[in-house]
Design a protein around this ligand. Structure first.
Ligand code: TEU
Ligand code: CA
Length: 534
C-alpha cells in the first residue's frame, strides 16, 4: 500500500471555502477561516480535501463560472492566504485537490469578452460559435437552466455553445491553443502544492474534440501524463455521471492512463434505492455489474454532493420510492431530477439509520468522499432557491460559530438548525454521528483491503441484509448491513475463513467462523458489522 497510490484508500472531504468558516468577520467563509479548522479535519481523519471552485468568479453558479483561472476570489482571501492554507493542510498530512472547471468560463471572463468582439477576434475560436444553432441535446443538465444550449450573441451575430447556463460559454477544447492554456492552468496550481483536481463535467469537456483532431480520450491521457510529469501520484478525480460500461473509457480502459478516479454515481443512487426499500438487492446488483477499476485507478464512493441527489439513473417510480421514503411530502421540493434534501432530513433524525448508511458507504469498495457537514448531520434550508439549499454555512456551535459576524448565507433552521446540530455538541457525545464517522474513517484507514482488495458481493441470507467481502492475501473484511428496522438473522457462506477468529471492528470484539464456513449472526434494526480476518 505504497503512498504513491494514496488515492486508493484516501478519505476525501469536499467543502466550499465560502461556507466553511469566516476568518475576517465579514460573514463570508475564507481561507483564513478554513486554516483555523484544519485540525478539525485532521481529527476527523480526512486525508484529502476537495475544494469547490475558489477562483475569481461572476458568482452566478457558486464559483463554477470562472473569470480568472490563475487567482483566488478576493471574497475568500488572497493567493497568500491560499498558500498559507496549503502549508497548514500539508503540515497535518492532508492533501488538497481543487475543482477544475475547464468545460466553460463565465461570460464575463476577459477571454469571452474578447472573443465576442467579432468573428475576426483572435480569441474567437477559443469558444464554439455557429451561424445557426445545432441540434439540441435530448435534455439539459439542470432544470433551471435555459432549455437550449445555443445562445445568440447580438454583438457578433452568431450563436455560442453553453452546455450549462447561458452565462457559461463552453471553451473550444478542440483548439490546441486552448489545450495549451489548460495545461498552464494545471501547472500553475500544481506548483502551488495541489495533489491533483476534481474534474468538472468531463463528458462535456471532451465532447467538442472531434476524432479527426485526435481522440477525445487522448486529451484526458495527455492531462494525466502532464500531471504525472509535473508531480507523480497526483489525481484526476472525474465527474463522469454515465452508466458503468461507458464510464470505463474515462479511466483509460485497460490502460488506466486517463482519469485516476471516477465518482460511482450508480452505486450512490442504488444505495439510496436500497435504503428506501430496506432491501439489499438494488445495490448488490449494481456492485455485481460494476467493472473493477484499472489497477492504478479507483472508484470514489459518495452519498451526497453539492448538486443534490440527481438520482437520474433510477426510473421515475424508483425515484418516487426514494422521495417517499425519505421525507414528508410537504417538506419535499423536488428539484427537477434531483431531491432538495440532505441526508439527515431524509432520515428525519433517525440516527441508527444514518449510521447504517455511512457504514455501508465507507465499507463499499472504493475511496469514500464526504460532503461537508454530513459528518454531523447538517441540515438544509429549503427556503433557499435551487442547489444553494444544500450549501448552507457549516454549523460549529449552538449559535452557529461561523465567525464573528452573522453568515451572509442563510443558516438551516428548526430541528436541523445549529442549536440542534453542531460540531461542538457532537464532539462531546460518544453516540453522535460525528464520533461514528470518526470511527468509520479510522477503521477504513486501518483496512486498506477495503479499498484495494478483490471484492465479492455475498448472499446475506435475508432480503434486508447487504453483505460483501473485500480481501487481499493478507487480510479480509466482511461487511454486513441490515438495511431494515426489524432484527434479522444474516447467514453468510465464508468459504476460506472457516475456523478463523474475526475482529469485530466497530465494537472491538471477536467472533469465530464455524468450521463449516457458514456463519450466522443476528443484526438489530439498521445493525452493521465489519469483521476482519488477518
Ligand atoms: O455539474 C455537472 C453535472 O451535474 C452533470 O455532469 C450531470 O451530473 C450529468 O450531466 C447528469 O447526467 C458540474 C458541477 O458539479 C455543478 O455544480 C456545476 O453547476 C456544473 O458542473 C457546471 O460547472
Ligand atoms: Ca470572510
Amino acid at each position: 500500500y505504497t503512498s504513491d497510490l494514496w488515492w486508493k484508500n484516501a478519505v476525501v472531504y469536499c467543502l466550499d471555502v465560502e461556507t466553511f468558516k469566516d476568518g475576517n468577520g465579514d460573514g463570508i467563509g475564507d481561507f483564513r477561516g478554513l486554516s483555523q479548522e484544519v485540525d478539525y479535519l485532521a481529527d476527523l481523519g480526512i486525508t484529502c480535501l476537495w475544494l469547490m471552485p475558489f477562483y475569481p468568479t461572476a458568482n452566478q453558479d457558486d464559483g463554477y463560472d470562472v473569470t480568472d483561472f490563475y487567482g483566488v476570489d478576493p471574497r475568500l482571501g488572497t493567493l497568500g492566504d491560499f498558500v498559507e492554507f496549503m502549508r497548514t493542510a500539508h503540515d497535518r498530512g492532508i492533501r488538497v485537490i481543487a475543482d477544475l472547471v475547464l468545460n466553460h468560463t463565465s461570460d464575463r471572463h476577459p477571454w469571452f469578452q474578447e472573443a465576442r468582439q467579432g468573428k475576426d477576434s483572435p480569441r474567437r475560436d477559443w469558444y464554439v460559435w455557429k451561424d445557426e444553432p445545432e441540434p439540441e441535446p435530448e435534455s439539459v443538465v439542470f432544470p433551471d437552466q435555459e432549455d437550449s444550449v445555443w445562445e445568440y450573441d447580438e454583438r457578433s451575430g452568431q450563436y455560442y455553445l453553453h452546455s450549462f447556463y447561458k452565462h457559461q460559454p463552453d471553451l473550444n477544447v478542440a483548439n490546441p491553443a486552448v489545450r495549451d492554456e489548460l495545461s498552464r492552468i494545471l501547472g500553475f496550481w500544481m506548483e502551488l502544492g495541489l495533489s491533483g483536481f476534481r474534474v468538472d463535467a468531463v463528458p462535456f469537456l471532451i465532447e467538442n474534440i472531434s476524432p479527426e483532431l485526435g481522440e477525445p480520450h487522448e486529451f484526458l491521457a495527455g492531462m494525466r501524463a502532464f500531471l504525472t510529469r509535473r508531480k507523480g501520484n497526483s489525481v484526476l478525480l472525474g465527474e463522469v455521471n454515465l452508466p458503468y460500461k461507458e464510464l470505463l473509457a474515462y479511466f483509460g480502459d485497460g490502460l488506466g492512463d486517463e482519469l485516476t478516479m471516477c465518482f460511482d454515481f450508480m452505486a450512490m443512487q442504488k444505495t439510496w434505492l436500497a435504503l428506501a426499500r430496506k432491501e439489499a438487492a438494488p445495490l448488490a446488483a449494481a456492485l455485481r455489474e460494476r467493472p473493477q477499476a484499472p489497477k492504478d485507478a479507483q472508484w470514489a464512493m459518495f452519498l451526497r454532493n453539492h448538486d443534490e441527489l440527481t438520482l437520474d439513473k433510477l426510473s421515475d417510480e424508483e425515484r418516487q420510492e426514494v422521495f417517499q421514503a425519505f421525507g414528508p411530502e410537504e417538506h419535499m421540493q423536488i428539484y427537477g431530477r434531483g431531491l432538495r434534501r440532505r441526508l439527515p432530513a431524509m432520515f428525519d433524525g433517525d440516527l441508527r439509520r444514518m449510521k447504517l448508511a455511512y457504514s455501508l458507504m465507507f465499507s463499499l469498495p472504493g475511496t469514500p468522499v464526504l460532503y461537508y457537514g454530513e459528518e454531523i448531520g447538517m441540515g438544509e434550508n429549503l427556503e433557499v432557491d435551487g442547489r444553494m439549499a444544500v450549501r448552507t454555512p457549516m454549523q460549529w456551535s449552538k449559535d452557529g460559530g461561523f465567525g464573528s459576524a452573522e453568515p451572509v448565507r442563510p443558516m438551516p433552521e428548526g430541528k436541523f438548525g445549529p442549536e440542534h446540530v453542531n460540531v461542538i455538541d457532537q464532539k462531546r457525545d460518544d453516540g453522535s454521528l460525528l464520533r461514528w464517522i470518526q470511527l468509520l474513517v479510522e477503521r477504513y484507514r486501518e483496512c486498506p483491503e477495503l479499498a484495494w482488495g478483490e471484492y465479492e458481493v455475498l448472499d446475506g441470507g435475508h432480503p434486508a441484509v447487504h453483505a460483501h467481502r473485500s480481501g487481499t492475501d493478507g487480510a479480509t473484511v466482511v461487511a454486513v448491513h441490515n438495511l431494515g428496522e426489524e432484527t434479522v438473522e444474516a447467514e453468510l457462506d465464508l468459504e476460506g475463513l472457516a475456523g478463523c477468529q474475526l475482529t469485530d471492528l466497530l465494537v472491538d470484539g471477536t467472533v469465530e467462523v464455524p468450521d463449516s464456513g457458514r456463519m450466522r449472526m443476528e443484526l438489530g434494526p439498521y445493525g452493521t458489522r465489519w469483521l476482519r480476518a488477518t
